[in-house]
Design a protein around this ligand. Structure first.
Ligand code: PGA
Length: 269
């Protein structure tokens, strides 16, 4: 089964709408023609419309970084999925560790957001990952399994194959310390096995699992060469048009080689 790679840039709380317009132009220019890889940009809500317009003639898709699960209501400061969709977004990031840590997003909330995304015809990028304390205490599998069990709990089986999961070890986010390719592969394989148990082998083989956490030009090729790494969710490095597009092009090139993934990086990385 060959999964189409997906590389997403998470701009977090960076860039005004005018700055976002410039960065979008620079990314579209640096990327040129993209084939065989899905590319996604997630700006702040305030720049969604501007970035969406800037991407209109490109093959790059738009994502929001968060959402509320209800269609509308008295939720001051929140943004619904229909509002996001009306601006052209096709994806929404849910359960990012920064949302879990600073804004109290629980696994139950993640589940509601992921289900609501599908209900509104958007694709959720569900983020999971353990903290350093949890890894050191040998809790990685247990934490990831709990996040999957609850976080994916409301997704209908018929939507599951198009789901995107981002494995982002919290200790690797914004720290410059990425998981090694082997560490990433180990958890990605564990996630895929879980998905197989939950749904089916076919569904599990279709679901794309991104790695995130200090992904940069220097480590992207090796990480992508792992069997179960289907792309990236990139924070810091996605704010640099040249760096981000270099990663996309590297993924494009490796994916085109059509070789077993394990053999990709033996000579070329
Ligand atoms: P980083 O962030 O690439 O800056 O580590 C990744 C993320 O938070 O999605």
């Amino acid at each position: 089964m060959k999964r189409r790679p997906i590389v997403a840039g998470n701009w977090k709380m960076h860039k005004t709408n005018l700055e976002a317009r410039k960065l979008t132009q620079a990314i579209v220019k640096a990327l040129g023609k993209v084939r065989g890889v899905d590319v996604v940009i997630a700006p702040a809500f305030t720049a969604l419309e501007t970035v969406g317009k800037g991407l209109e003639k490109s093959s790059v898709s738009l994502a929001a970084q968060n959402c509320h699960w209800d269609p509308q209501g008295a939720y001051t400061g929140e943004v619904s999925l229909s509002m996001i969709k009306a601006l052209g977004a096709e994806y929404v990031i849910v359960g990012h560790s920064e949302r879990r840590k600073y804004f109290a997003d629980t696994d139950e909330i993640v589940a509601k957001k992921a289900e609501a995304a599908f209900r509104n015809s958007l694709t959720p990028i569900v983020c999971i990952g353990e903290t350093l304390e949890e890894r050191d205490a040998d809790q990685t599998s247990a934490v990831v399994e709990r996040q999957l069990q609850i976080g994916l709990g409301l997704i209908p089986a018929e939507s599951a194959a198009s789901l995107i999961i981002a494995y982002e070890p919290v200790w690797a986010i914004g720290t410059g310390r990425n998981a090694t390719p082997a560490q990433a592969q180990e958890v990605h394989a564990f996630i895929r096995k879980y998905l197989e148990k939950k749904w089916s082998k076919e569904t599990a083989e279709n679901i794309r699992i991104q790695y995130g956490g200090s992904v940069k030009v220097e480590n992207a090729r090796q990480l992508f060469s792992q069997r179960d790494v289907d792309g990236f969710l990139i924070g810091g490095a996605s704010l640099d048009a040249v760096g981000f597009s270099t990663i996309v092009k590297d993924v494009m090139q490796l994916a085109r080689q059509n070789k077993p993934k394990e053999s990709l990086c033996t000579s070329s990385c």
